[in-house]
Unconditional design. Structure first.
Length: 501
């Protein structure tokens, strides 16, 4: 059997990282502009950040309640903030004003925090166009986004080109390839209850049977009637909520159900794809390395936090559990010194011989793979990986055709704002060097991650140095995709590289 210490460590890690998927579901209410529910590996730091700026944190997990030595209220919230399954950032969902305010707070954490509006958040209703069918479902074009609709989620047979009315069940961050999950049955969801368009008795989605029975007994006392033809399914959090919160949540879900019912009676949209309703807003925030360090500092004001806490936890499940163990064992001593890159890499990877991917983030939120390379060298600060190139096309900026057998040797240093890639042909002759300027590089066990900042510096075989794509960086600033402080850092790095190469 596990010791009590191990059980506490395991349960703490599970609660801290509680997030079943890389998704955000619609589960918030208009409970006031500054009430927030926080979950995931960033919960302690973000809870403090929200509290320090006057927000009300509700429905806190047991570890958060212990660390802050406070009784947090249960019940409704205007916005929820949840760590994504890949731990690279958080999703924000809730009322539009609260989502905007929360995103502004998170953006202020560090200059390499980037946030994007979700064009199809959970709960939104669309008339979409089936763009493709698969063995078990269909891809549906929603306009600015797309989603996956399982065939068993709709009653009718659907084919490519058909128009379908769908609701977003779960959304995904822009840097993931996963598709949103769609449903054909429209549901009305609030923080504590979901109304299903079907007849039947109320139910409770809870593992606590006694609490569920008590909640069902209280439902008749709320004096709020569900719309005809809609059945309440209470969430587990409702078992701990007050009567006032239960009543308000049911009223919110009822109002949404009535709006959905009105929409279902409408004729088909004249334009497809078309958004019909968006009861809640959503945003996705990606934390860069500087932001993770800032979150470490905030968390350290509350509890023991080792150097690189959030950076290491973002790497893998095993690394996340190891951080909890080190902090429980070493306490404040783990907060001293520099980020232990070599120790982390020795324990969790990457190691020489491993295959790792270069995850090239774009300022619009997309993540593009630059391919997978083999790690040929690794020291206490950096790794070198080599990729063998396929033929066809040309090298960006260098203007040289790409041939089969060419190699790309990339050296990345943890935390550096740039990295070089040296291209050589099959005879080992130099083609050129491309220096990518980006947010501070993070070397995870299977992926190198950063966000590209457009401007780059090239060095040709004759020694000529050229700086390119300043105009793309300027356009990204004008469009709001890159902040001015982040752009200024990119420009200063480019200038330093021009002078040193």
């Amino acid at each position: 059997m596990e010791s009590d210490t191990k059980q506490r460590q395991r349960k703490s890690a599970a609660n801290e990282a509680a997030n079943d998927g890389d998704t955000m579901s619609d589960g918030s209410d208009d409970a006031g502009d500054n009430s927030v529910r926080v979950r995931g590996i960033y919960a302690t730091a973000l809870t403090k950040a929200f509290l320090d700026t006057g927000w009300t944190v509700v429905d806190a997990s047991p570890p958060i309640q212990r660390r802050f030595d406070a009784d947090f209220e249960a019940g409704r919230h205007a916005v929820s903030v949840e760590t994504t399954a890949d731990r690279q950032g958080v999703g924000i969902a809730g009322s539009p004003d609260a989502v905007t305010a929360a995103a502004e707070l998170l953006t202020d954490i560090g200059r390499d925090t980037c946030c994007w509006v979700d064009p199809a958040p959970a709960g939104a209703v669309f008339d979409g166009r089936v763009s493709d069918t698969h063995s078990r479902g269909a891809t549906v074009d929603l306009g600015e986004a797309s989603g996956y609709l399982p065939f068993d989620a709709v009653d009718d047979h659907i084919e490519t080109g058909d128009t379908v009315r769908v609701q977003v069940r779960e959304s995904v961050p822009p840097w993931r390839d996963d598709r949103r999950r769609l449903g054909g049955q429209l549901q009305a969801t609030s923080a504590l209850v979901t109304l299903l368009p079907e007849d039947g008795a109320p139910s409770v989605d809870s593992h606590d049977e006694a609490a569920a029975r008590e909640l069902l007994g209280m439902t008749d006392l709320l004096d709020v009637a569900s719309p005809e033809g809609w059945r309440p399914r209470w969430h587990h959090a409702a078992t701990e909520a007050s009567m006032d919160d239960l009543r308000a949540a049911l009223e919110t879900a009822t109002a949404r159900a009535e709006r959905l019912a009105d929409g279902m009676d409408d004729e088909d949209s004249s334009e497809v794809p078309a958004e019909l309703q968006q009861p809640r807003a959503g945003r996705w925030c990606w934390f860069g390395r500087e932001s993770r360090v800032a979150l470490d500092e905030t968390r350290r004001e509350v509890t023991e936090t080792m150097v690189g806490h959030h950076r290491i936890k973002a790497g893998s499940d095993a690394a996340s559990g190891a951080v909890d163990f080190v902090e429980s064992l070493c306490g404040d001593a783990a907060a001293d010194g520099e980020f232990p890159f070599s120790v982390v890499a020795n324990t969790f990877g990457p190691s020489v011989g491993d295959e790792i991917e270069i995850g090239h983030g774009k300022p619009d939120g997309r993540l593009i793979s630059l391919g997978t390379g083999s790690v040929t060298e690794r020291d206490d600060e950096s790794i070198t990986l080599v990729r063998e190139m396929s033929g066809g096309g040309s090298y960006d900026g260098l203007g040289v055709p790409r041939s089969a057998g060419d190699t790309a040797t990339t050296t990345v240093k943890e935390g550096r704002w740039w990295y070089p890639t040296v291209y050589r042909d099959s005879e080992e002759d130099l083609i050129g060097t491309y220096v990518n300027i980006c947010t501070p590089v993070e070397c995870f066990p299977d992926t190198v991650r950063y966000i590209d900042l457009h401007v780059d510096v090239l060095k040709y075989p004759d020694g000529t140095v050229e700086r390119v794509d300043d105009d793309e960086l300027d356009a990204a600033v004008d469009d709001g995709r890159v902040s001015e402080p982040l752009a200024e850092k990119a420009r200063s790095v480019a200038t330093a590289l021009e002078e040193s190469l």
